[in-house]
Design a protein around this ligand. Structure first.
Ligand code: KG4
Ligand code: ZN
Length: 377
């Protein structure tokens, strides 16, 4: 028997989600598993000047923006802080200084209004995000592809994740962003590579020989995208006609140059999408062998899951394997507070809580199971 969100225990009232793990500052309210409202501010323009996120600036921006966004959310919804039953906060992984802003704000607020505090694993929140848009069914296989992570999970229930594979070096999003940076596309450039590649698909197939599909010649479920990143950067460097003269969107390119760039981007999209496809198929095979319960859905999330070629290739896998495909809408794939509030709602409703000792956990450290309250078995 799978666990479905409709089997969720009693709704846990009004949940505030706080997201400050990287360069998006967000607050959102979820009630009975439905999004009430969200306030989200991106810092992309600030960091784009530096070609990547500057952690010190990100923390300061979170500190400046968070109270403003919270007040705006309360004004927008006409709700009062005293009505919030649970404060859910992304406690990691992420940039430590940024996480500390959200976690400290959450603790202060929870203490002052007497609300339950729930620290949310940001990666789990990404994978559960689509639950705000459609029914999640478990057990699921989860693929998380973002700027910092490329992980595969077996997800038995919203509170039971087993990581089966991870990237040994760069995440898929890092490879997208560095390839885009070499072309001189604005940061973060994944979406431009996606759009350019899609243009090529209307005139031809992707070149499957141009870039390697990395780290497939092994029997594990890990990834390694650093070689593909270097291959793409080297290819672009040795073809200066693919490089934009100044950092800009590709609008200024002459049609011929644009077509050549689009073909390169299509080949890159394919190399990433097909690498993910192969490992997801192997993971499904392994899970079917190891687990008595059959997987019922394939969940794909994280910023890179907005990529159209990855979405379509995962659609094929799910169809072939008879699984429900769960893909959040592109806006729900990237960092947001709605997903944090939603994960908090699922956890609080099952009885999980933290106390004021809740720690922020930076990238690279395992998120501890340090609940002070857990479901009664
Ligand atoms: O999940 P996310 O918003 O932030 C974290 O890393 O946690 O993911 C951001 C990443 C960036 O690398 C960005 O370039 C990539 O997602 N991205 C895309 C697309 N949209 C966002 N990559 C490929 N195709 C896209 N359409
Ligand atoms: Zn994220």
């Amino acid at each position: 028997m799978g666990w479905a969100v409709t089997d969720s225990p009693a709704p846990s009232g009004l949940v505030l989600g706080i997201e400050t793990s990287c360069d998006e500052t967000g607050v959102a309210l979820v009630e009975n598993g439905r999004l009430v409202a969200e306030q989200l501010a991106t810092q992309i323009d600030l960091h784009a000047l530096f070609g990547g996120v500057v952690p010190e600036l990100a923390s300061r921006e979170h500190l400046r923006l968070l109270p403003k966004l919270f007040n705006a959310l309360m004004a927008q919804t006409g709700r009062k802080a005293s009505e919030i039953d649970t404060v859910a906060v992304a406690r990691g992984p992420g940039l430590l200084g940024s996480l500390l802003v959200g976690v400290s704000y959450a603790k202060g607020l929870a203490l002052s209004i007497g609300a339950r505090l729930v620290g949310v694993n940001h990666l789990h929140a990404h994978l559960l995000a689509a639950g705000l848009e459609q029914e999640l069914v478990f057990p699921a296989l989860g693929l998380l592809v973002s700027g910092g992570h490329t992980n595969i999970y077996f997800i038995e229930a919203p509170d039971r994740f087993t990581r089966l594979g991870r990237t040994l070096d760069d995440a898929a999003g890092e490879a997208f962003d560095k390839a885009a940076k070499r072309i001189n596309l604005p940061y973060p450039g994944g979406r431009y590579i996606d759009q350019l590649g899609a243009e090529h698909l209307s005139v031809g197939k992707p070149d499957t020989k141009l870039f390697p599909r990395p780290y497939l010649d092994n029997d594990n479920l890990d990834f390694s995208f650093s070689g593909l990143k270097t291959a793409a950067v080297n290819h672009i460097s040795s073809h200066p006609e693919l490089i934009l003269p100044t950092m800009s969107e590709p609008d200024q390119l002459a049609p011929e140059a644009r077509a050549q760039l689009a073909a390169t981007c299509a080949a890159f999209n394919w190399a990433v999408a097909d690498t993910l496809r192969v490992k997801v198929e192997r993971a499904l095979e392994k899970v079917k062998k190891d687990q008595p319960e059959t997987v019922r859905s394939l969940i794909v999330s994280g910023g890179v899951a907005a990529n159209s070629m990855i979405r379509s290739s995962m659609g094929t896998v799910a169809r072939e394997q008879g699984l429900k495909l769960v893909l959040p809408t592109p806006a729900m794939c990237t960092d947001n507070a709605a997903m944090t509030a939603h994960a908090g709602w699922l956890l609080a409703g099952r009885g999980y809580a933290h106390d004021l000792d809740l720690e922020a956990i930076p990238r690279g450290r395992k998120i501890p199971e340090d609940w002070v309250s857990t479901p009664e078995e």
